[in-house]
Ligand binder design. Structure first.
Ligand code: SAH
Length: 251
C-alpha cells in the first residue's frame, strides 16, 4: 500500500480542488513566446512537490503542454502554472503535478499498452507516449477527441490512438492493457475496465463525486485490489444517454 504523500502545500491542494478561473492576459501565439523556460519552471515545481522519477520529469519537460490547450484558452503564465485550465466544453486539462503523480504511480515501461479514459486535451496521453507507451485513449466529447487527435498527430505522437466514445465500455479490441489511467471520476471502478486490465496490471483513477479519492488498483488472481491515495477533484465520468447512440451525454 502506498502511503499518503507527506507533503501537500496548501496552494497545491487549493489548486487541485479548483478550476483555473483566472487566466490573465490575452492568448499568446507560439511564435511570440519561448515556452521552454516556463516548462522548466513547472518541472522544478513538480520535483519540489516530490515526484522523483527522472524519466517522468524529462517527459514533462519535453511535452509542449501549451499546444494541447486550445488557442482561446492558452495564456502566458497559465499554460505551465500548476493548476488545471479550461479546454472548452466545460472540461479541464489536469494540473501538471497530478499528471506527473499519476504517471509516476503507473510507471509505464517502453512498449506497454496503456488505456486512458478522458483524453481531454491529449496532454496526459502525450506524456505517456513520451515514455514509450502505446496509448489507447477514449474521450466522450467528439470535439475534444478531434482536437486531441489533431494536436497529437502534429506533435508526432503516432503511438497514441484516440477513440471518440464512452469510456465505461473500455476498448475491448485492444485489451488486455498493462495499465489503465482514468482522468474523470466514476463512482466505482467500471466493470469493463477491470475486465480489460491484464493480470498483474495496475490502474489509477479518482473515485467518488463530492468527495473523491485517487486510488491505485492492482489485478491479482483476477480480482481488483484497491489501495487508497490522496484526495482530489476531477470532472465526473459521465454516462452516454442510453439509446441515443449519438454521443449525447448525461451526468
Ligand atoms: N487527461 C486529460 C484531462 C481530461 S479531463 C488531459 O490531459 O487533458 C476529463 C475528460 O474526461 C473530459 O474531457 C471529459 O469529457 C472526459 N470524460 C468524461 N466522462 C467520460 C466517459 N464516460 N468516457 C470518456 N471520456 C469521458
Amino acid at each position: 500500500m502506498t502511503a499518503v504523500k507527506p507533503f501537500y502545500p496548501p496552494a497545491l491542494i487549493a489548486a487541485a480542488l479548483s478550476l483555473c478561473i483566472s487566466c490573465g492576459g490575452g492568448p499568446v501565439s507560439e511564435t511570440k513566446t519561448d515556452w521552454s523556460r516556463d516548462r522548466a519552471r513547472m518541472v522544478s515545481q513538480i520535483r519540489a512537490y516530490g515526484v522523483k522519477n527522472e524519466q517522468v520529469l524529462a517527459a514533462m519537460n519535453t511535452v509542449r503542454r501549451h499546444v494541447y490547450i486550445p488557442e482561446p484558452y492558452r495564456h502566458r503564465h497559465d499554460a505551465y502554472g500548476d493548476h488545471p485550465c479550461p479546454i472548452g466544453h466545460g472540461q479541464t486539462i489536469s494540473q501538471p503535478y497530478i499528471v506527473a503523480y499519476m504517471t509516476e504511480k503507473i510507471a509505464p515501461a517502453k512498449g506497454e499498452k496503456i488505456l486512458e479514459i478522458g483524453t481531454g486535451s491529449g496532454y496526459q496521453a502525450a506524456v505517456l507516449a513520451e515514455l514509450g507507451a502505446a496509448v489507447y485513449s477514449i474521450e466522450i466529447i467528439p470535439e475534444l477527441a478531434e482536437h486531441a487527435r489533431t494536436v497529437l498527430r502534429e506533435e508526432g505522437y503516432a503511438s497514441v490512438h484516440v477513440l471518440s466514445g464512452d469510456g465505461y465500455k473500455g476498448w475491448p479490441d485492444h485489451s488486455p492493457f498493462d495499465a489503465i489511467i482514468v482522468t474523470c471520476a466514476p463512482e466505482e471502478i467500471p466493470q469493463a475496465l477491470a475486465d480489460q486490465l491484464r493480470e498483474g496490471g495496475r490502474m489509477i483513477l479518482p473515485l467518488g463525486s463530492a468527495y473523491q479519492r485517487l486510488v491505485i488498483a492492482r489485478k491479482k488472481g483476477g480480482k481488483i485490489r484497491i489501495e487508497d491515495d490522496l484526495p482530489v477533484r476531477f470532472v465526473p465520468m459521465v454516462r452516454e444517454e442510453e439509446g441515443s447512440g449519438s454521443g449525447k451525454r448525461k451526468k
